[in-house]
Design a protein around this ligand. Structure first.
Ligand code: CAA
Length: 381
């Protein structure tokens, strides 16, 4: 076993770190307060290859692998979780189209995403009545000639108002999981309406909207995979997506821990630095141990995916553990700041709010436990 990073992994991590620290971190607080999504950041991310980290150069990707992707996500999230979630969803959409799309779909849409022309990608699976249970979705796609006509509503769509390429799920057949299909829809398509921006607890600089499809005609050639394949494709995409969110949670956790180290070294109480008191030191020991465990689980899942081995369970374990970790670590970081942790002069209150959704989106902690248990009973015994 070798824990050293390759040259490519080091290069991607350092590129992401520089970008995150210079281009993203200085604006994170203001962007959060003003709920500001900046499309220019994503055009610049495309230029350094971070919108297609694990995609071939032929389609504009960095061809750097899944471990590099996870490392890049950790860096971006440590600077601003809002930017990192849009980066994660964009990479996930591009990877899905690359994995199952036709050559024409790859040529047109993967390249549009990796080049920054699309700004970002969006993943439209959830609906007002179907979050954890996508098989209950009501959006329909009816074939009419050489188009599919989409009708229905999607909810909680990250970057939905900005995305030039949207992967959309709709029902083409029977009730339940087996009747779903997946389509590529272009941002601004006729009949696609963008709803109001959600006023969220955290990730306030990420754009979250509902999307409504009203007789929205999508060319039949934009069907991704086959009719009825939709649920499997969603699960496949989410397996990889969960590595991205696990990495995001590691970034949030690391930022919270670093802020707590810095604050407790400066802050005095009872005649000494808070960092020298035993209770904060024990807290810090637990925080660092949990963060390391989350990073190791995340990088293992990434390495398995990169090696072409099964990784569904490992991705869910990483996502479950890392998102629970980021919430605990951010909570302790607020505690260690005392009253200063509760005001926005220090960044930990933002980390605390940003961490909260990490146990919810791309599958709740409860959904991850369902997947881990299912895979454990399937693979062992
Ligand atoms: N890869 C390929 N196929 C898979 C799979 C996977 N990872 N997981 C399941 N399948 C297949 C199964 O083999 C099964 O196939 P058969 O019927 O042919 O046997 C089929 O799919 C159904 O599987 P299950 O019986 O396990 O399905 P289920 O209905 O019990 O649901 C679930 C399982 C894990 C709860 C799933 O519905 C799920 O993951 N739900 C959460 C959805 C989610 O994460 N949404 C996130 C929204 S996107 C988002 O948040 C993005 C963002 O903006 C940040």
């Amino acid at each position: 076993m070798n824990f050293d990073l390759s040259e490519t992994q080091t290069l991607i991590r350092d590129t992401a770190r520089k970008f995150a620290r210079e281009r993203v971190a200085p604006h994170a607080r203001a962007a959060d307060r003003e709920e500001r999504f900046d499309p220019e950041v994503f055009k610049a991310l495309a230029e350094v290859g971070l919108l297609g980290v694990n995609l071939p150069g032929k389609y504009g990707g960095a061809e750097a692998g899944v471990v590099s992707y996870a490392l890049a996500m950790m860096e971006m999230a440590a600077a601003d979780a809002s930017v990192s979630v849009a980066m994660a969803v964009t990479n996930m959409c591009a990877e899905l189209i690359h994995a199952v799309g036709t050559d024409a779909q790859r040529e047109k849409y993967v390249t549009r995403i990796t080049s920054g022309e699309a700004i970002v990608g969006a993943f439209a699976l959830s609906e007002p009545h179907a979050g954890s249970d996508p098989g209950a979705m009501r959006t329909t796609a009816v074939k009419r000639g050489d188009t599919y006509v989409l009708n229905g509503s999607k909810q909680w769509i990250t970057s939905g108002a900005y995305a030039g390429v949207i992967v959309v799920w709709a029902r083409t057949g029977q009730a339940g999981n087996k009747g779903l299909s997946c389509f590529i829809v272009e941002g601004g398509a006729k009949g696609l309406h963008v709803g109001k921006h959600e006023d969220k607890m955290g990730l306030r600089a990420s754009n979250t909207v509902g999307l409504t499809f009203e007789d929205c005609e999508v060319p039949a050639e934009n069907l991704l995979g086959k009719e009825g394949d939709g649920f499997r494709l969603a699960m496949m995409a989410l397996d990889g997506g969960r590595i991205g969110i696990a990495a995001q949670a590691c970034g949030t956790g690391r930022a919270a821990l670093e802020a707590a180290v810095s604050y407790t070294k400066d802050r005095k109480a009872f005649g000494q630095a808070v960092a020298d008191l035993q209770a904060p030191r024990f807290m810090m020991a637990d925080m660092r141990t949990q963060l390391d465990a989350a990073e190791l689980l995340t990088l293992r899942a990434a390495a398995l995916k990169e090696a072409g081995q099964p990784f569904t369970r490992e991705a869910s374990m990483a996502k479950l553990f890392a998102s629970e970790m980021s919430n605990k670590v951010a909570d302790k970081a607020v505690q260690l700041h005392g009253g200063y942790g509760y005001i926005d002069e220090f960044p930990v209150e933002r980390y605390f709010r940003d961490a909260r959704v990490q146990t919810i989106y791309e599958g709740t902690s409860e959904v991850q436990r369902m997947v881990i248990a299912r895979e454990t009973f399937r693979r062992e015994g």
